[in-house]
Design a protein around this ligand. Structure first.
Ligand SMILES: Cc1cc2nc3c(=O)[nH]c(=O)nc-3n(C[C@H](O)[C@H](O)[C@H](O)COP(=O)(O)OP(=O)(O)OC[C@H]3O[C@@H](n4cnc5c(N)ncnc54)[C@H](O)[C@@H]3O)c2cc1C
Length: 354
């Protein structure tokens, strides 16, 4: 009953939120000044419902329900849709028909690699941007591989990393303050490899969610490639679970992750032929994952500065990236949407067709 109450409350209130301006909700300030955990408890949702939300957020946000504002989490759910279909919690967490349904055969890095092939020498790799300078006639982007000059610049790095770039003139204070508060969640992906997906022979999906009772994994999925071999189980260690388990030795953590898998698919999970883990907080140019976690108070005070065109001394700068999309904010779909918006803005700025 707690889980049914929690999902219906999340669904009802997120359904009232305009993803383009969550701060306009009549109750926006009250929703933003409390954490999602507090909001659920005040709605008389018992521990089972809050635990379910913790599991969902651990994977979807890399954060605990006590870390994110209720308004921000509700806007995130409302964004799991598009201009025609309202976002729903179900679409966000479902495999069939939902956000967890599809994967890229060969890995999602293929998108960047294939785009780069088409662009040839125009792509410069291994050259972090350190400084962006805006002049009356263009922009100069200074990187570790030298300076590049252009008419305009599209900045498509995560907001908290955009704030680390040295800006000339400096970014407006509100936007800088917002970006610095858009730090990412804490998330690790753990994968165990087996000769075959043995759990399927027992009619099991390989999917599971875990309450916090000693399990590092918050949710797990069957990650076997479409060819059916090898068998792969993948678990997210995120939020509170990451904080507990990231400092432990890889051996201790790996053993506990396999115990989590075994709880769902049986003891054969304890003997993989390979095991890999990736801690996204250790990636210098991402610093966490999968997306920004907004603490109470940030969205209503600073949210409207997210991708506001800068104008004035920064009119040649356009923002892109998954955190700049109203729909599927923090997902690859959102990244593509924001790229299309930024490209249209750049074309319009240069006087071309929008
Ligand atoms: C563990 C994990 C699981 C995820 N699962 C899913 C999922 O199932 N479905 C989904 O849709 N999304 C998922 N995501 C989110 C998805 O990966 C992101 O939303 C998407 O990659 C964002 O694209 P982007 O182009 O905005 O940013 P990114 O992919 O982060 O690209 C930004 C690029 O900017 C570079 N960069 C940063 N700073 C600088 C600098 N100063 N100079 C130059 N370059 C810089 C980075 O190296 C990076 O290549 C997941 C993310 C993680 C971490």
């Amino acid at each position: 009953p707690d889980i049914a109450l929690a999902t219906s409350r999340l669904g009802r209130t997120s359904g009232e939120i305009d993803v383009t301006a969550p701060w306009e909700h009549p109750d926006a300030h009250r929703l933003d000044e409390q954490s999602l955990a507090t909001w659920l408890r005040r709605g008389a949702i018992g521990s089972g419902g809050v635990e379910l939300v913790e599991v969902l957020l651990g994977s979807a946000f890399g954060a605990a329900a006590s870390e994110t504002s209720a308004l921000s989490a509700l806007a995130y759910i409302a964004g799991a849709g598009d201009e025609i279909h309202r976002g729903t919690l179900d679409r966000m967490i479902s495999v069939a028909g939902g956000a967890q349904e599809s994967r890229f055969v060969g890995g999602s890095q293929l998108i960047s690699q294939r785009m780069a092939e088409g662009l040839g020498d125009d792509v410069t790799l291994g050259a972090p941007v350190r400084r962006i300078e805006h002049h009356a006639t263009g922009v100069t982007v200074t990187t570790d591989a030298g300076a590049f000059h252009g008419d305009q610049v599209i900045v498509s790095v995560p907001p908290h990393l955009a704030a680390e770039i040295e800006w000339s003139p400096t970014l407006p204070a509100h936007q800088d303050a917002l970006f610095r508060r858009m730090t990412f969640g804490t998330l690790m992906k753990c994968e165990a490899v087996y000769e075959r997906p043995f759990w399927r022979e027992d009619g099991l999906s390989g999917q599971g969610v875990f309450r916090g009772d000693g399990h590092p994994v918050c949710s797990m999925f069957d990650n076997t490639p479409p060819s059916g071999s090898p068998g792969i189980l993948m678990g997210f260690v995120g939020g509170a679970g990451w904080r507990r388990w990231a400092p432990r030795s890889a051996r201790q953590r790996g053993g506990a992750v396999l115990q989590s898998f075994a709880r769902v698919v049986g003891p054969a999970a304890l003997a993989p032929v390979g095991y890999f883990e990736k801690d996204w907080t250790a990636e210098r140019w991402t610093r966490g994952g999968p997306t920004a976690v907004l603490a109470p108070g940030v969205l209503t005070t600073l949210g409207r500065w997210r991708d506001r065109p800068l104008g004035g001394p920064h009119s040649r700068v356009h923002w892109a990236g998954a955190e700049h999309s109203d729909y599927w904010n923090g997902y690859m779909d959102g990244a593509v949407r924001s790229g299309q918006m930024a490209a249209s803005a750049a074309i319009a700025h240069s006087g071309g067709p929008s």
